[in-house]
Design a binder for this molecule. Structure first.
Ligand SMILES: [Fe+2]
Ligand SMILES: [Fe+2]
Length: 273
């Protein structure tokens, strides 16, 4: 618990520092001018960073409560039923209806919950990009990727009833939107680098789940579905990487690190509830 709180604090501070540095560097809202005129400018900037970091406190509290509830629960397997018809989701349901899967262990439910939260965030990332970017090539790129992410979301929803979805879906939507809209403010290279970072993380995430299912030799059909999503994510990553015509500079690399670290923290939280 203490380790988790420290981790959240580190992520919060990192985000706040990068955010404030960006505001200061680009003098958004006259911040650099304001700080420059004040003898205690640096202190004010640090206080602002700490203030922003406290925004993460509610997230940490929610996580602590969810973890306590999860520990109090027993480890009984949950029976999951397909819930929706549509495109790929229908295909998933057909696979599941063959009767190979009647119940999932708790760890798999948690993983699917994190997948559902991630795909929700992915749809929002492209909404954020499309809200800002005007470059026609990037618009095409984002629209086509968003369509795939919507299909992934429907696919996960076809095997995970919404009753088991994360209770923080609004937060994942907002976070996703900001992860998409922020780099879009700085142009196409920032967008492609961000998608490369996001999809590299998602590849690792799905690979870990797929490997565990392979080791346990159970729920092969779920593994097939996750692998199918992973292949799309890899294709998204490669497309973004190819479009990024030169290596990213230090600021962009820092942003991409933050995106990866934030995604890892979000997955941990989404698994809990
Ligand atoms: Fe996806
Ligand atoms: Fe993707």
């Amino acid at each position: 618990m203490v380790r988790f709180l420290l981790h959240q604090l580190c992520i919060g501070l990192s985000t706040a520092i990068v955010f404030c540095t960006g505001l200061y560097y680009f003098d958004i809202g006259g911040l650099a001018t304001l700080v420059g005129k004040s003898p205690q400018g640096e202190v004010a900037l640090i206080l602002l960073a700490i203030g922003l970091a406290t925004l993460f406190a509610p997230l940490a509290v929610h996580t602590a409560l969810a973890r306590a509830a999860a520990e109090a629960d027993d480890a009984t397997a949950l029976v999951l039923l397909p819930s929706r018809d549509s495109g790929l989701a229908h295909e998933a349901r057909a696979i599941l209806d063959k009767g190979a899967i009647a119940g999932f262990p708790r760890w798999l439910v948690r993983e699917l919950r994190s997948d559902h939260a991630g795909e929700t965030g992915a749809v929002a990332i492209y909404a954020g990009i499309l809200a800002v970017i005007r470059d026609k090539n990037v618009v095409c790129f984002a629209e086509s990727h968003q369509q795939t992410e919507r299909e992934h979301l429907r696919l996960i929803e076809s095997i995970l009833p919404l009753a088991h979805a994360s209770s923080l879906l609004p937060l994942w939507r907002i976070a996703g939107f900001l992860i998409g809209a922020t780099p879009a403010l700085f142009g196409r290279r920032a967008v492609f680098a961000t998608i490369d970072a996001v999809e590299s993380f998602v590849d690792q995430h799905y690979t870990a789940q797929s490997d565990r299912l392979a080791r346990e030799r159970r729920h092969g059909t779920v593994r097939t579905l996750l692998e199918r999503c992973r292949q799309d994510e890899l294709s998204h990553r490669d497309e973004a990487r190819a479009a990024l015509d030169a290596s990213a500079g230090p600021v962009l690399r820092g942003w991409c690190w933050l995106v990866g670290a934030g995604s890892a923290a979000a997955v941990r939280v989404a698994r809990l509830g």
